[in-house]
Design a protein around this ligand. Sequence first.
Ligand code: SF4
Length: 381
Amino acid sequence: MTTLRTPAQLCERGLASSEEMPTLEKIAARYATALPLPLAKLIDRDDPRDPIARQFVPAVEELHWSESEMADPIGDDTHSPTEGIVHRYPDRALLKLTHICAVYCRFCFRREMIGPGKPNSLSSKALERALHYIRTHPEIWEVILTGGDPLILSPRRLRSVAKSLADIDHVKVIRIHTRMPVADPARITTELVRSIKVKGKPTYVAIHVNHSRELTAAARAACARLADAGIPLLSQTVLLAGVNDTPEVMGDLMRTLVECRIKPYYLHHADLAPGTAHLRTDIATGQELVRNLRGRWSGLCQPTYVLDIPGGHGKSPIGPNYIEAGAAPDIVVADVNGQRHVYPPRGGAQKTDGLECGRDVSGESPTGRGMQQPLRDSRTQ
Ligand code: SF4
């Protein structure tokens, strides 16, 4: 498969102009570029804000680094006891096998650490040290293979790692985070699928997708090969300005994922990676989007909106709060249409700050912004 890797190649394909070349060369000197041709072909050259181009084609804004941005925005290094391991939460550890990806996302939070020129993959000795760390930490229940993209490795190498992990008694779950089904679906072969399945230990695959257009027929077929093999599929999506920051685009993505048997898992607030301010939204935008998803679409289509707190403090859910006021036993909770209710409801008209039990009497709907379709019976959704 052909992959565009240089400013000149992007220029040849009409994805950059010759005037942009000096700037793109500066960006290329710092951050890796790889755009597989099938993904490049999805780009509408006449749309200056094409959501596929915004994710993968270098932009001049990448040279503008804001003060709050940092090389290691989620604090991987702070929690790395040995090369290749990040152990941030007690019950799970990341195992970073490679620093290479099939496509390089312009907003990647590991952009300072990945790509050609960075250490390619764990040496056998470093991998043995990483496995030793996992073996000697019985609290590690789940190991997450990440990178770079672990599915860029050969099935033989993946098999060997999966087997080594499965042989550790206390490791009960293996999870793989990947963009490969979207970036290079042909790599998801039967042999690769077999290589990541191990007897007695479930392997979950979390697929990174940010726009429904990424789920081409080939990508859907790759996901189906994984799902048909009995591998549970999850998604992770990064909230990106100009890519998926409207209810329509995000809703369409979540529904498409579910149709592909991929359960929406995380919606990440974009991290403070260097040169990515043009792709970040504010948190209020994300909360409004999530509130809108909740009000409109099936419970299957609801990801958890999370922020990785800079400095290595881990993920926190940052979705909207539906509990608005009150202290037990008089909690005020907003429904998906913005109507406010006292909980638990009591017989008669119990008043709390302008509210009657079970209905909004204040005349305003503080949480109803953006609600498009009121739900009649939210319990069935
Ligand atoms: S595939 Fe993942 S690791 Fe690779 S550039 Fe994209 S976000 Fe970063």
